[in-house]
Design a protein around this ligand. Structure first.
Ligand code: WTA
Length: 655
């Protein structure tokens, strides 16, 4: 399936992984999930999902239709029902008498804290919804959100949902340029931001990026709503900019949610694809919410009365949408929300938080686990982590050694680990063990959840036998599936539905073991995964060539011990431009400006030529060999085979 030599090494390692962890008897007795879910869902998937949607959500107008797949690939789920996502996440818990339950334990990076109960949250979202309406936002209008990890971020998403205004959250690590394209593509009417947030012990500004983004060209944005978090100075555009504390704190705390159809768009979230232009993945309300609630309840074994749940993702990514906002709150969970970095002020900050709030369910990414491994066991060992009972992983394949470390050092050799595979596009978890049911295999996401149909197929789209490898596909529609790419139906069809006819192509390589369990092997397209963040090689290449001194660029994701992959760029300078001291630094800064600091190449190598086939296609596979310090593979199809020698000589020069 892929010529990449590291993939076959990884495969060899994975195939010899034979450690097994059956569920403990105590866990089984109390588990939410049970083995009968699989045959039940397989017998009647649509009926199964209808039961979940009825049981886990409150509908204003109950649905009678379940799945409409008459116009593939656009699915409609529960289409004649109406509901409100914010009502489901907040109000109904208060109405059920749980208003005093803590929804959010907020821990700011400088050490400030806030506690919001479900009743507090109801008042806050009502005020914010009233404020948005007063600022002219109507049902159906799009709102861009560019906020740090503070409670207002959760309130902002929910307030949009409450009035039926789809939100488009842009991660705070993206640049003004990236923000501008996203505001423009979604025709956002309003932007919610903050003066800044705390990162690595210092205030980090956000508002200037919004000002720059809006100065880049005409947009539909009428107002910018600004939360005061750090108190740093901000430039102010009279008439356009409004303080959150003026608009929201003074608004009424009474608000009736707007009931929307199940297929009403809930949000747009941009993600990197294989071309330079990010895709606005959009999700609708009923099916998305049902699958978020169902997966959160069963995969994490959530007990809303007693668990303290913590997902370390940022609200700016899909994990934050589904497993900080919509899943946990719909289930009435108590959760921790942390603003800052794991090593501020010390490398034990996370473990201090686990101990302080008695966190029982922790959901994080392999890159974070590997970073903690590197820092050393003494940091978690200094804290009481005995409250933990379920650990989760998401974002990239977790290598068996990191899995074992996570279980032993963080989970006290006791907790199940759920390795959850899913994507921005799938909206919610698709493949994961079920704690209390599945015998765990370190490094494998194992089984599609009950109700989900996934498979591994070969180049022709035929399922591979157990023991075989190929491409991961999803063979039946699922409730939380994307409904499209905002404003671009053709691209939606091309990207996901044209590789194999009638089935969803995820873009991941995978392998089925002898038991039929699924092992993910990483992307098979031009998408990189750096610290669990999706980045497109093409997007970074376009950013590089937009610099006046760059003629051509090729970007690859090189395997990295900690971050999974790292961005390595090869650039040819335009005629007359010599590499001088500072060229590389300037190009890195240029990428940060065009896309965001997260996309900065770890290494940029200035080269004279790029390896190309006779038809002019850049052979990234060879560049990856160089970037990973391997012997360069088969270069016989190159137009000029000597090119690779020159490039290989350059890679070991200090960056
Ligand atoms: C990768 C994040 C292996 C995969 C929720 C996918 C994983 C991409 C896993 C989606 C996992 C996510 N094991 N790979 N458990 N989880 N991935 O859209 O390549 O940011 O296609 O969604 O991350 O990234 P996205």
């Amino acid at each position: 399936m892929t010529e990449d030599s590291t993939t076959s090494e990884t495969l060899e390692n994975l195939l010899t992984e034979d450690r097994r962890f059956p569920p403990g008897a105590d866990f089984v007795t109390q588990a939410n999930a049970h083995a009968e879910l699989y045959p039940w869902a397989a017998a009647d998937p649509a009926g199964f999902w209808a039961d979940q949607a009825r049981e886990l959500l409150t509908w204003q107008q109950p649905f009678t239709e379940v799945l409409d797949w008459s116009n593939p690939p656009v699915a409609r789920w529960f289409a004649d029902g109406t509901l409100n996502a914010c009502y489901n996440a907040v109000d109904r818990h208060v109405e059920a008498g749980h208003g005093d339950r803590v929804a959010i334990h907020f821990e700011g990076e400088p050490g400030d804290t806030r506690t919001l109960t479900y009743a507090d949250l109801q008042r806050e979202v009502s005020r914010a919804a009233n404020a948005l309406t007063a600022l002219g936002v109507q049902t159906g209008d799009r709102v861009a959100i560019y906020l740090p990890m503070i409670p207002e971020a959760v309130v902002a998403l929910l307030a949009c949902a409450r009035i039926g205004a789809p939100h488009s959250v842009v991660f705070g690590g993206f640049s003004a340029e990236a923000l501008h394209t996203r505001i423009e593509d979604a025709d956002a009417k309003l932007v919610i931001t903050a003066d800044g947030g705390y990162r690595r012990g210092a205030p980090s500004a956000l508002k200037p990026a919004v000002d720059d983004a809006l100065a880049k060209g005409p947009t539909d944005v009428a107002h910018v709503l600004v939360v005061r978090r750090t108190g740093q100075d901000v430039a102010w555009t009279e008439g356009r900019d409004v303080w959150w504390h003026d608009a929201v704190d003074n608004a009424s705390d009474q608000h009736t949610p707007v009931w929307v159809e199940a297929e009403h768009p809930l949000f747009i979230l941009y993600t990197s694809g294989t071309t330079g232009k990010p895709k606005g993945i959009f999700h609708t309300t009923g099916g998305y919410l049902a699958q978020c609630a169902y997966s959160h309840l069963n995969v994490f074994d959530l007990k809303p009365e007693t668990d303290v749940y913590w997902c370390t993702a940022d609200v700016g990514w899909v994990t934050g949408h589904s497993y900080i906002v919509y899943g946990p709150l719909t289930n009435g969970a108590t959760q921790v929300m942390y603003e800052g970095t794991p090593d501020t002020p010390g490398r034990d900050r996370w473990w201090e938080i686990v101990e302080k709030y008695r966190v029982s369910i922790l959901y994080t990414a392999p890159t974070a686990i590997r970073t903690c491994m590197k820092w050393g066991e003494e940091f978690p060992a200094a804290h009481d982590l005995s409250s933990l009972r379920v650990l989760g992983s998401v974002g990239e394949p977790i290598n068996p050694e990191a899995w074992m470390w996570y279980r032993r050092v963080i989970g006290g050799d006791r907790t199940p680990i759920v390795d959850t595979w899913w994507q921005t596009e799938t909206g919610a978890i698709m493949i994961s063990p079920l704690p209390g049911v599945t015998t765990l295999k370190p490094g494998s996401a194992q089984t599609p959840l009950p109700g989900i149909a996934a498979d591994v197929v070969d180049d022709e789209g035929h399922p591979v036998p157990n023991g075989g490898g190929g491409y991961l596909v999803l063979t039946k529609p699922w409730p939380a599936m994307l409904r499209g790419i905002w404003g671009d139906l053709e691209r939606f069809k091309d990207t996901y539905w044209s590789r194999f006819s009638g089935i969803y192509f995820a873009g991941d390589g995978a392998k089925k073991d002898e038991d039929g369990d699924i092992w993910l092997l990483g992307r098979v397209d031009d998408v990189m995964n750096v610290s669990g963040h999706r980045l497109s090689t093409t997007e970074i290449e376009s950013a590089l060539v937009s610099h006046p001194s760059v003629a051509e660029a090729a970007v690859v994701g090189a395997t990295d011990e900690t971050t999974g992959q790292a961005v390595v760029a090869f650039v040819i300078l335009r005629g007359g431009n010599e590499e001088v001291e500072g060229t590389v630094a300037e190009l890195r800064a240029h990428v940060a400006k065009e896309i965001g600091p997260i996309a900065k190449p770890r290494k940029i190598l200035v080269v004279q030529e790029l390896p190309k086939t006779r038809s002019g296609k850049i052979m990234r596979r060879l560049l990856r060999d160089v970037a990973e310090h391997r012997a360069v593979g088969d270069a016989t199809t190159l137009a000029d085979a000597s090119v690779m020698d020159l490039i290989a000589q350059g890679i070991d020069k200090p960056a």
